[in-house]
Design a protein around this ligand. Structure first.
Ligand code: NAD
Ligand code: WQD
Length: 346
């Protein structure tokens, strides 16, 4: 039996492919490479020693996905593929609903056609919206603040209804908090196309000299130092959480939502200082206005993950910054070699 990883060349999918293979699973990847490069698959193969059947395909291509599921005798889909920029989703909502929601519908139809009823889905803490209480438990009210967040919640709902319609479905909806860091080898990591939206890749690009300074977006929040607080989670821990989710859906049928975070909040200035320590020199920053739509602080309640997955995050902020920095440096080195293809998710 194999696991089909959609978006397996992307940031989180590639790290999860490594973790799955290291845990003895066979992995098949489909990716349309809209935000990544086939070179990532070669790197995952080199890291693991495995040969990965990888298809250039869109999740919306139902016939192709059905055929791949059948040809590889897949029993599970880990669904990472999709668009993820919150700001873009506000500007182009139809793209987000088509790519994420319609894409997922087509994928789930392919799964039904191939009689594959195990699914692990990449959801996001963004489904909670503004905190009514903290930490966010899985039963916190759901009120996304962007089309991206709504697309995640709509897919969660589709999966919930599928589980009601047919008790054979086994579904884990994983709500990620703020993934960062990279594989300790420095071979795979996040490489956003254009100006990074997220804090950690932005800090890394300033540290390496690609950008002049970090704009700290607001220092007048009701937090310890006035800057925004988030629950940053190392992507390697996140990847392990997916392996643990396989055991959950092996044990139980139905729909399960689980937060994947560390349970601890760090401010923008905390992360900047931690990155400076990893790099060994100061990183330029300027205090700017708040980013519209941002909330002051949120972090995960991790009790469900501990109880249901037997999983907890192990890697702290120091490792997140060290590994992110190692990756950022190797990326610069590889970009200096013109023959080396570099894509968005490499
Ligand atoms: P990513 O962009 O690096 O990876 C997504 C991959 O899917 C890319 O390789 C891309 O080429 C591929 N893809 C996109 N649309 C596709 C389609 N229609 N068909 C086939 N392949 C397609 O993003 P990521 O950070 O690895 O995120 C993975 C998932 O996790 C996404 O669903 C994202 O919404 C979710 N998520 C990410 C974060 C985060 O901060 N990175 C947080 C919460 C949830
Ligand atoms: C973190 C903190 C910013 C950039 C987003 C999505 C969420 C999830 C993870 C996908 C905030 C501050 C940021 C910068 C800054 N993704 N910041 N300067 O907004 O918590 O979450 O990514 O599902 O859905 O919304 O993450 O990294 O953008 O911001 O000061 O240049 O860093 O204000 O306090 P966010 P982020």
């Amino acid at each position: 039996m194999s696991i089909l990883v959609t978006g397996g060349a992307g940031y989180i999918g590639s790290h999860t492919a490594v973790a799955l293979i290291e845990s003895g699973h066979d992995v098949v990847v489909i990716d349309n490479y809209s935000n990544s490069s086939p070179d990532v698959i070669a790197r995952v193969e080199a890291l693991t020693g495995a040969t990965i059947p990888a298809y250039t395909a869109d999740i919306a291509d139902r016939q192709t996905v059905t055929r791949i599921l059948k040809d590889h005798d897949c029993d599970t889909v880990m669904h990472f593929a999709g668009l993820k920029a919150v700001g873009d989703s506000v500007a182009q909502p139809l793209d987000y609903y088509r790519e994420n929601v319609a894409g997922a519908l087509s994928l789930f139809e392919a799964m039904q056609a191939a009689q594959v009823r195990r699914c692990v889905f990449s959801s996001s803490a963004t489904v909670y919206g503004a905190p009514q209480f903290l930490p966010f438990t899985e039963d916190h009210p759901l009120a996304p603040a962007s089309p991206y967040g709504w697309s995640k919640l709509m897919i969660e709902q589709i999966l919930r209804d599928l589980a009601i319609s047919d008790p054979d479905w086994r579904i884990a909806v994983l709500r990620y908090f703020n993934p960062c860091g990279a594989h300790p080898s420095g071979q795979i990591g996040e490489n956003p196309i254009g100006r990074p939206n997220n804090l950690m890749p932005f800090i890394a690009q300033v540290a390496v000299g690609r950008r002049p300074h970090l704009d700290v977006m607001g220092d007048d929040y009701d937090t310890s130092d006035g800057t925004g607080v988030r629950d940053y989670i190392h992507v390697v821990d996140l990847a392990r959480g997916h392996v643990a989710a396989l055991d959950l859906i092996e044990r139980e049928t139905g729909w399960n939502a689980v937060n994947l975070g560390t349970g601890a909040g760090y401010s923008v200035m905390d992360m900047l200082r931690a990155f400076e320590k990893a790099v060994g020199h100061p990183i330029a920053h300027k205090i700017g206005p708040r980013r519209p739509g941002d909330v002051a602080a949120y972090w995960a309640d991790t009790q469900t993950a501990e109880a249901r997955l037997g999983w907890r995050a192990e890697l702290g902020v120091e490792r997140m910054c060290e590994d992110h920095w190692r990756w950022q440096q190797s990326l610069i080195a590889s970009q200096a070699e013109p023959s080396h293809p570099v894509g968005g998710g490499l």
